[in-house]
Design a protein around this ligand. Structure first.
Ligand code: SF4
Length: 159
């Protein structure tokens, strides 16, 4: 039986949009090739949260994205600015898009404090990774969205 068209939420930086903190992107051309027949919906939670581009990089300190949602951890830029409110707003707006468009799958950038679905930086800005989701991914998962990254998306439509 022919499968109906599905929509997939994708980190805008993976699509070549220059929304990364340093004004560049993380283009992953194979994602576009693989899903061009489906509907790709680009999102950048940090821009949706009101942060500028370029901006200082940020990391979650002493916790995960879920801890940020629960008020147990906060997000700081490398200049020490508390940017938690922007990260929460970005998570809420991104999740709103997913719900409005009834999106059940996402491919979001690994290691990001917003978009990571496996490991995040540990808050020390030393490139050290710890287990955990980014803030937006934590909220998307609460809403039942299946989140993959640019590293493990290949079987997204087979599960
Ligand atoms: S918030 Fe997500 S989409 Fe935006 S630049 Fe960071 S990793 Fe890419």
């Amino acid at each position: 039986m022919k499968r109906g068209k599905i929509l997939i939420l994708v980190s805008a930086c993976l699509l070549g949009i220059n929304c990364k903190y340093d004004g560049s992107n993380n283009l992953a051309p194979k994602i576009i090739e693989r899903f061009e027949e489906e509907g790709i919906v680009p999102v950048c939670p940090e821009q949706l949260g009101g942060l500028a581009t370029p901006r200082n990089p940020a990391e979650i300190l002493n916790g995960t994205g879920k801890d940020v949602l629960d008020g147990k951890a906060r997000v700081y830029s490398n200049s020490g600015k508390d940017v938690t409110a922007s990260f929460l707003r970005g998570a809420i707006e991104t999740t709103k898009i997913a719900k409005k468009l009834r999106i059940h799958y996402a491919i979001l950038k690994s290691n990001s404090p917003s978009c990571a679905s496996k490991r995040i930086y540990d808050g020390t800005f030393s490139s050290s990774l710890v287990e955990g989701n980014g803030v937006t991914v934590a909220l998307l998962k609460c809403e039942g969205v299946r989140v993959y990254s640019e590293k493990n998306y290949v079987d997204i439509l087979t599960k």
